[in-house]
Design a protein around this ligand. Structure first.
Ligand SMILES: [Zn+2]
Length: 107
């Protein structure tokens, strides 16, 4: 069961990397570094690292646009960023939450 979510997470993370490498959307440098490391891990290590990955995703989400040309629009949207990178990052977080919940019920 958990593996299905790990597969989903893996492909969403891959999508995030693709967005960044094709410069289709902005992904913060620390987050990008983190996901690039994560995809190289083996299956068990990936599972072990999901909680850390989640905090990196949250950290990299909804960039603070204060002082930029996007500031007004960003405030209007309740400081939520709707770019495709944030969209995919939210999907990744949802996948991680599923994995973490399953993990809890295992015990
Ligand atoms: Zn964004």
């Amino acid at each position: 069961m958990m593996d299905k979510y790990l597969e989903n997470l893996n492909s969403n993370i891959q999508e995030l990397i693709n967005l960044a490498s094709t410069q289709s959307a902005y992904v913060s440098k620390p987050l990008l570094r983190h996901v690039l490391q994560w995809v190289e891990l083996d299956r068990n290590a990936k599972k072990a690292e999901v909680a850390v990955l989640k905090s990196a995703l949250i950290e990299g989400l909804d960039v603070d646009f204060t002082g930029t040309q996007y500031e007004v629009e960003w405030h209007e949207k309740g400081k939520v960023c709707n770019c495709s990178a944030c969209y995919v990052a939210r999907k990744c977080i949802a996948d991680i939450d599923q994995i973490l919940n399953l993990h809890k019920s295992d015990k």
